[in-house]
Design a binder for this molecule. Structure first.
Ligand SMILES: NC(=O)c1ccc[n+]([C@@H]2O[C@H](COP(=O)([O-])OP(=O)(O)OC[C@H]3O[C@@H](n4cnc5c(N)ncnc54)[C@H](OP(=O)(O)O)[C@@H]3O)[C@@H](O)[C@H]2O)c1
Length: 345
C-alpha cells in the first residue's frame, strides 16, 4: 500500500511544469483546461490578479497553480518561469478604449513580446526549459497582398522575428491561429447573432478561415506530444474555411423551424473602422489576402497529433445545448439561444 502511494507521489513529482501566460485570456483558459485534463503536467497559470473570478475558476482545476505575473513586468515573469520545462506564451494588443485610438495598441503588444522572449531566453540559459510555444497570428495566403497589415498582426510577426534574433527558434513552436468563432458573439447592437442573422466583418462571398479558441489548447497538447518534431516549426492553424453565406447556412440547418431564414450580414466597414480602426484594416486584409492556413496539410497534422478540430456546426450546437440547459427550455432551444444573445447585447 505504502509502495503504491509512494509511486503515485513520485509520478506527481516528475510531471513537467508548464507556465501559461495570460492564463485568464480566452486562449489561456483553453490551454490550461486542455492540459489540466491530460493529467500529465503541472500547470502554472499566470495572471496579473490571482483573485479575479476567471483565475479562481482555473485554480479549482486539477494540476493548476495560480501565479502572479504581468507581461509588462519582466521581474514577475522571471519569477513565474523559475524551474519550468515548458512555456506557452501569448501577448495582447488591447488597452483601454480611447476615442481616435480604439483599444488596439501595437507598441503595447510589442513591449510584452520583448519582455516575454527575453525571459524565455533567460530561463532557457538556466538549463531547465526545453520547449517554448508562442501564439502568434496566421500569416497571409498571398504575401504580395499583405500590406497594409493590421497593427495587431504585424506586432505578433515582429515578436516572431525577435525570437529568431535571440537565437531561440529551435526551442520554439509558433502556433498561428486565425479568427475565433467566438467573435461571432459580438455585442454590437443590431449585429448580434440570432436565428435570422449571422454577423461577420467581411463580404458574404469571401472565404474566411476561422477556429474555436479552445482548439488552441488542443494544438498545444498536440505539439507537446512530439516536441522533437515540432520544435523549430511554425504552423498556421484553422478549423474551418467558409464564406459568410456558408456559415449562415450551417446555422440554418440547425434550426428547428424551416420558415426562418438565416442570413449572413456584413457589419458595415465604416462602423468597424470608427469603433476599432485596426479591426477594419483586418477585414480589408482578410478580403484582400486572407489567412494562409493550408487546410489540406492541417488534416494530416491533426491526425498525427490526435487533434479533433471543432467545426462551426459543433460550436453552434454547444452554445445551443449550454443555453438550453441553463434555461431548461428544451421545446424551442433556438428561441432561448436567441434570447440569450439578445440579453448579451
Ligand atoms: N479575436 C480573435 O479572433 C483572435 C484570433 C487570433 C489571435 N488573437 C490574439 O490572441 C491574443 C489573446 O487574445 P484573447 O482573446 O485570448 O485574450 P482576451 O480574452 O482578450 O484576454 C486578455 C487577457 O490578457 C491578460 N492581460 C492583459 N494585459 C496583460 C499584461 N500586461 N500582462 C499579462 N496579462 C495581461 C488579462 O488577464 P489578467 O487580467 O488576468 O492578467 C486578460 O485576461 C491576442 O493577442 C489576440 O490579438 C485573437
Amino acid at each position: 500500500m505504502l509502495g503504491k502511494e509512494q509511486n503515485k507521489k513520485n509520478e506527481k513529482e516528475i510531471k513537467p511544469i508548464i507556465a501559461v501566460t495570460m492564463a485568464t485570456s480566452r486562449q489561456g483558459l483553453g490551454v490550461v483546461k486542455e492540459l489540466s485534463n491530460t493529467n500529465k503536467y503541472k500547470i502554472r497559470a499566470i495572471t496579473r490578479n490571482i483573485k479575479n473570478p476567471k483565475a479562481l475558476e482555473l485554480s479549482s482545476l486539477e494540476n493548476v497553480e495560480l501565479v502572479e505575473g504581468d507581461l509588462m513586468d519582466p521581474k514577475s515573469l522571471n519569477k513565474a518561469f523559475k524551474g519550468v520545462q515548458v512555456i506557452f506564451g501569448n501577448t495582447t494588443p488591447t488597452k483601454g478604449w480611447r476615442i481616435f485610438r480604439g483599444s488596439i495598441v501595437r507598441n503595447y503588444e510589442i513591449e510584452q513580446g520583448l519582455n516575454l522572449i527575453n525571459q524565455v531566453k533567460i530561463a532557457y540559459k538556466k538549463g531547465e526549459l526545453n520547449h517554448f510555444i508562442f501564439s502568434s497570428i496566421c500569416k497571409p495566403k498571398d504575401p504580395l497582398k499583405n500590406e497594409p497589415a493590421p497593427g495587431h498582426f504585424s506586432s505578433k510577426w515582429d515578436i516572431e522575428e525577435y525570437i529568431k534574433l535571440q537565437g531561440i527558434s529551435k526551442l520554439t513552436t509558433v502556433l498561428r491561429p486565425v479568427s475565433y468563432f467566438e467573435n461571432f458573439e459580438n455585442k454590437l447592437p443590431g449585429y448580434s447573432i440570432s436565428k435570422s442573422f449571422f454577423p461577420g466583418i467581411v463580404g458574404n462571398k469571401t472565404k474566411w478561415q476561422t477556429i474555436a479558441v479552445g482548439d488552441v489548447g488542443k494544438w498545444v497538447r498536440g505539439v507537446l506530444q512530439k516536441p522533437e518534431k515540432y520544435r523549430g516549426r511554425s504552423i498556421n492553424i484553422a478549423g474551418e474555411e467558409l464564406t459568410g453565406d456558408q456559415m449562415a447556412l450551417t446555422l440554418q440547418k440547425l434550426l428547428s423551424s424551416a420558415e426562418i431564414k438565416s442570413n449572413y450580414i456584413m457589419i458595415p466597414r465604416i462602423i468597424i473602422k470608427l469603433l476599432e480602426y485596426d479591426i477594419g484594416l483586418m477585414a480589408d486584409w482578410i478580403e484582400r489576402s486572407g489567412y494562409g492556413a493550408d487546410m489540406y496539410k492541417l488534416k494530416e497534422i491533426q491526425k498525427e497529433l490526435e487533434i479533433k478540430p471543432t467545426t462551426l456546426e459543433d460550436w453552434l450546437k454547444s452554445k445551443l445545448i449550454k443555453d438550453s440547459k441553463s434555461n431548461k427550455s428544451f421545446t424551442d432551444p433556438w428561441k432561448s439561444f436567441q434570447w440569450k444573445l439578445q440579453l448579451d447585447k
